[in-house]
Ligand binder design. Structure first.
Ligand code: BG6
Length: 462
């Protein structure tokens, strides 16, 4: 068979998930509470259809069946996250033996099926007790995270070779401290900057520990959601707006995680507006000496911006949006089911940027996907006919292929997500999986895209 898009030997085909979104068993197996368990209990009506994280996809009890399906659809890699509050209830101290058994079982089952586990340590799910101490605002929580990370490396590092410190660390900053979609629902840029800063310090500390353990021979990195920033026009005001959006939403994490330092322009803006976080002596060296070995790129949509039309009210709380307005490009292609722009070339632009400005760091697409509401509309003969998802993936893969041909150090593609899952405040509103999951019965059914990806993975291209 002649393939027009053939990927390099050993390309990683798979999908991504996170503990709180799939495990369920939120009150089982000795798990402690995290901020999602708590927030849902206190404000259930903030969640779509009032559905909380107690049972989600029940991966906790269905992991064997799920891993069997992963194999069935051609995965050679799979991303999961460890739930901090499951492994160490309360966030500090003794590990929970039932959690160790569970994660050992999952890892062993994956390896038995020749699926390499990619393990992420933090996917938005702060243990409640640590949040009550201030969460990422509190430098002591960074120390607790370092211990948790080391525990994970020691428990599972003999078998797990790809580690990630955080998934989308900017999201708890935006959601929890700027735009009110994560607990603790605060709007305060200075606190947001502190949270962002401590997250990067925590990342560097975990990298430092990881590299100090001589029995470890894997790699460690971070997963960032990158939203390439495109200006409305080439006029200087639009260009500046786009540069500042990129500074806040991409370079604020890319720079310190990959280059080991903050962009000077960001430091100056925060200083000018009195928003600089508190730092400690030695942090600068810590960051510089502990950069990521590997980068996961989550890409869903670009960010289109234009110069600010009205000056912000100087008495309103400082937010990054003080510097730019969002811009809806005429004729843009939309995922009309989710309301997000589809711009496939964005993936190529990201990878070329990594090649040119970030030392061509080893990377992969760690999330990309198409959320669709009411997907049961597309069922025919018992199977969801998600041709739109196949098209979406294919078009992104074409651009990824081009990036690789042009020398980008890109090793794989993971769809968000393996199966439909509980998505924070959106609960089950948007479905993303290769596999559909009935929320009541927990029955799994392959979608058309699952059969398609099976062929693509088998042929290493299409
Ligand atoms: C990603 C997150 O940014 O978006 C996932 O890493 C999340 O955790 C996914 O589920 C989809 O989000 P939504 O809001 O479309 O359901």
């Amino acid at each position: 068979m002649t393939l027009q898009y053939k990927f390099p030997e050993g390309f990683w085909w798979g999908s991504a998930t996170s503990a709180t979104q799939i495990e369920g068993a939120a009150n089982e197996g000795g798990k402690g509470q995290n901020i999602w368990d708590y927030w849902y209990k206190t404000e259930p009506n903030r969640f779509f259809d009032n559905v909380g994280p107690e049972s989600t996809s029940d991966f906790y009890h269905h992991y064997k069946e799920d891993i069997h399906l992963m194999k069935e659809i051609g995965h050679n890699t799979f991303r999961l996250s460890i739930s901090w509050s499951r492994l160490i209830p309360g966030g500090r101290g003794e590990v929970n033996p039932e959690a160790v058994t569970f994660y050992n079982n999952v890892i062993d089952e994956l390896l038995a099926k020749d699926i390499e586990p990619f393990v992420n340590l933090f996917h938005f799910d702060m243990p409640l007790e640590l949040q009550n101490e201030g969460g990422w605002e509190n430098r002591e929580v960074v120390e607790a995270y370092k211990k948790y990370a080391e525990k994970c490396f020691r428990l599972f590092g003999d078998r797990v070779k790809k580690w990630f410190t955080f998934n989308e660390p900017i999201v708890p900053v935006e959601g929890g401290y700027l735009y009110d979609f994560h607990y603790p629902n605060v709007v305060d840029a200075k606190r947001a900057a502190q949270v962002a800063y401590h997250t990067i310090v925590a990342h560097a500390k975990a990298v430092e520990v990881f590299h100090s353990l001589d029995f470890i021979d894997g790699k460690i990195g971070i997963i960032l959601n990158l939203t390439p920033s495109y200006p409305r026009s080439q006029n200087p005001a639009d260009l500046r707006a786009s540069r500042i959006a990129d500074l806040f939403f991409n370079r604020s994490f890319l720079y310190p995680a990959v280059l080991g330092k903050y962009p000077q322009e960001l430091v100056e803006i925060l200083r000018e507006h009195g928003q600089l976080p508190v730092t400690q002596k030695g942090d600068r060296e810590l960051l510089l000496n502990n950069t990521a070995d590997i980068l996961g790129v989550n890409y869903y949509q670009p960010r289109r911006v234009k110069a600010k039309e009205h000056l912000p009210n100087p008495y309103s709380p400082f937010v990054p949006d003080w510097f730019f307005d969002h811009y809806e490009m005429p004729g843009r292609k939309m995922n009309k089911y989710r309301g997000w722009e589809i711009y496939e070339k964005g993936i190529y632009d990201i990878m070329m940027n990594l090649k040119e400005n970030y030392g061509n760091i080893e990377s992969f697409v760690s999330e990309n996907g198409m959320g669709v509401q009411d997907e049961h509309r597309f069922i025919k003969d018992g199977e969801i006919q998600d041709d739109y998802r196949i098209e979406f993936i294919k078009e992104h893969l074409k651009w990824l292929h081009k990036a690789i041909e042009e020398g980008c150090n890109t090793k794989g593609y993971h769809l968000w997500s393996f199966m439909d899952n509980w998505s924070w405040m959106n609960a089950y509103k948007n479905r993303y999986g290769f596999v559909s999951m009935d929320v009541e019965s927990k029955k799994r059914t392959l979608k058309k895209s699952a059969h398609w990806i099976k062929e693509v993975s088998k042929n290493n291209g299409f």
